[in-house]
Design a protein around this ligand. Sequence first.
Ligand code: CP
Length: 336
Amino acid sequence: MKHVTHIKDLGPEGVEAVLAQAEAWKQKAPGSLFPGSILGMVFFNPSLRTRTSFEAVMLRGGGSAIILDVGAGVWKLEHREGAVMNADRAEHLKEAAPVLSRFVDMLGVRTFSQGGGDEEDEVDPIINAFRKWATVPVVSMESAREHPCQGLADVLTLREKFGTTKKLPVTLTWAPHIKPLPKAVPNSFLLSAAAAGCEVRVAHPPGFELHPAVRAEAEAYAKATGGSITYTHEQDEALAGSRAVYAKSWGPTAAAAFSPNDVTALLASYSGWMPTLRTMSRAAKDAAFLHCLPVRRNVEVADEVLDHPSSRVVDEAGNRFHVQRSLLHWMRSQSR
Ligand code: CP
């Protein structure tokens, strides 16, 4: 049984296999890939792209999806072992995950960071509880540490524009926001781009470092694929010669140490990091702009960037369908 909840479940070889198949099937659609199969989709958090793209994969592949919104028509779920369940969580994952596994062929799970800080996100407690107790393959629809399907779609978008991602200079830049966001998306872009051999430059203000374990894992992928990773607190330095600019906001490293007002003030103090056309002019002439969406216009990214022909954000979202179709098929082939 093959779970894919983190890029390490694929490694550079798996990333390559999934992307190559996704590209091929984009050119020539396969027949019915999942006839009679059911994907159970468990959402602890909202979604637009993930929800529709996974369901579309199943419906177009001859299968179906059952969507469960935790706490909205579905019991609130406990994941902590030994918990005294005397509050609002009425069902434990020890029962819920194997029970769901009786009805579906695969389980997708979306569970954002609980806001307990980077160390807790590293443990990724809820998605790992599903891995432990489900008896069917589990696929991440974004968890506390990573959003692997987003990372795969990001890299596919780069490959389509530039032909190859080998040694492709790309910048992952921090962007402002009204509140501290989780690091799953920047972690996944870094890991996926490194696994695809990109020359990744990461730019963020001081105090917004990604977790050392994520950086070490990305470094290992870069070493294996001939890519490279550099970090800077100077956005312009990262942008010079970049063929793609990936903007994403994330919270400070020691987020738990800040009061809500202090963190809002900190984020506001870096409003100059919002990508504009001036920002894009620092990159290569043919640079593409990427963002995972949803995006807060004129807070995180300026209208003039999102509305510019260099923006690939809609294609990038569309690629979620293609990489997920390929990924679910790959998982099934690995589980046999
Ligand atoms: N990028 C992404 O995962 O979008 P949703 O949150 O809408 O699913």
